[in-house]
Design a protein around this ligand. Structure first.
Ligand SMILES: N[C@@H](CCC(=O)N[C@@H](CS)C(=O)NCC(=O)O)C(=O)O
Length: 380
């Protein structure tokens, strides 16, 4: 192979590589590269416009980080493709009185390139041509050219390299449908709900009735408990796993592995309060219940708060967040985890000014403020 890559065109023993060089060569051989130097330049311009997207395809396929992958995907669909199609729509309106070819008065390589390019955009990315009537009409016109129609009918349907490389990447980026199922209280689900709110992610906040709905649903859940999170039909349980998964999806699990470790340290330590609180809450024996309350208020909560205060003090960015310089799961876990102690045990933050300031800052973040205002009012 001339350059160790495919495709390669072989003619009388000579080999040529690079897909666009090959297409241009065949185009010239077949008289599809324009009748004048100017037409040729315009055809080149369309070919280069179409080639832009392949660079993005490669970036999309190679990117491992889901957030960056989504950004590339978004950029392709919201910027690159519309800009390219606007340009083609204009060409189709103005060229040759709008009679239907991109360049000149007859079929050129530009028409075939646009058809091929759109094929990928429509089938792989699910792009709709509703806002591009001229491009849509052009597509139909090209597909009806008898030899093109014949080729389209007989070409293999599922072995296009681009599909194999790109489709799995695109699949990952498709909009996800999230459904969080829990009971109608904050409890183990509220941290996940706060991640949804903070990140502005749409989801179904499903609250089942414990008496009437839960007995039927219980055997269908992975561990016989709620909350569960359903993502495009797949389900996970365990509130901590759910919150971490969602935070990761939303880019709220830190920028480095070390930051992630610190975030988990904070959420785990807040879990100590939650566990002590849950144990008190579920206790039926009045004497034991009081003992648990006392231990939680006098030991567990102060210990955790001093650990948290230390983390806030030691965060070198000094911007008030628990870890790094932006909102993470740690901040939401701290906010949510203190709600019960404050509401039910009258825990005061007077001796913890950094935590009090943090609480105020988090509650004022617009997405969070919105959720705190609109969330269903429940007793606990
Ligand atoms: N470790 C679990 C605990 C979940 C849990 O205890 N869920 C309770 C409600 S708060 C539940 O599903 N109870 C109903 C039952 O067990 O039938 C988690 O973090 O998700």
């Amino acid at each position: 192979m001339p350059q160790g890559s495919l495709p390669v065109l072989e003619i009388d023993g000579r080999k040529l590589s690079q897909s666009t060089a090959i297409a241009r060569y065949i185009g010239r051989q077949c008289g599809l590269m324009g009748k004048t130097g100017w037409e040729q330049a315009q055809i080149d311009c369309v070919l280069d416009t179409c080639a832009e997207i392949t660079i993005q395809y490669q970036a999309l396929a190679q990117e491992q980080d889901i957030i960056r992958k989504k950004n590339i995907f978004k950029n392709i669909l919201e910027n690159i493709v519309p800009a390219n199609l606007d340009y083609c729509e204009r060409l189709l309106s103005t060229n040759n009185g709008g009679k239907g070819h991109l360049v000149g008065a007859s079929l050129s390589l530009a028409d075939l390139a646009l058809y091929d390019y759109m094929d990928i955009i429509i089938h792989t990315f699910g792009f709709k041509l509703v806002n591009y009537p001229k491009v849509a009409a052009h597509r139909r016109k090209i597909a009806e050219i008898p030899r093109v129609a014949e080729y389209l009918k007989k070409r293999p349907q599922h072995d296009e390299v681009v599909d194999v490389v790109i489709a799995p990447a695109v699949e990952k980026c498709k909009k996800k449908h999230y459904k969080l199922t829990y009971f109608n209280f904050r409890g183990f689900a509220e941290l996940a709900r706060m991640v949804f709110a903070a990140s502005g992610t749409e989801y179904e906040d499903c609250r089942v009735d414990r008496e009437t709905e839960w007995p039927k649903l219980k055997p269908k859940t992975p561990q016989g408990q709620l909350p569960v999170l359903e993502v495009n039909g797949e389900v996970i349980a365990q509130s901590g796993a759910i919150a971490r998964f969602l935070a990761k999806e939303a880019g709220m699990m830190g920028e480095t592995n070390w930051e992630q470790g610190q975030i988990e340290m904070a959420t785990d330590v807040m879990g100590d309060i939650f566990a002590a609180f849950a144990s008190w809450f579920r206790e039926k024996d009045e004497t034991l219940k009081e003992e648990k309350r006392k231990k939680t208020v006098e030991e567990t909560i102060p210990t955790v708060l001093s650990m948290i205060e230390k983390m806030l003090t030691n965060n070198p960015t000094g911007q008030g967040f628990m870890v790094g310089s932006s909102l993470t799961l740690a901040d939401l876990a701290l906010y949510d985890g203190l709600q019960y102690p404050i509401d039910m045990f009258n825990v005061s933050l007077d001796n913890h000014p950094k935590i009090a300031a943090h609480r105020k800052m988090i509650a004022e973040i617009p997405n969070i403020a919105g959720w705190l205002k609109q969330r269903p009012v429940t007793e606990f």
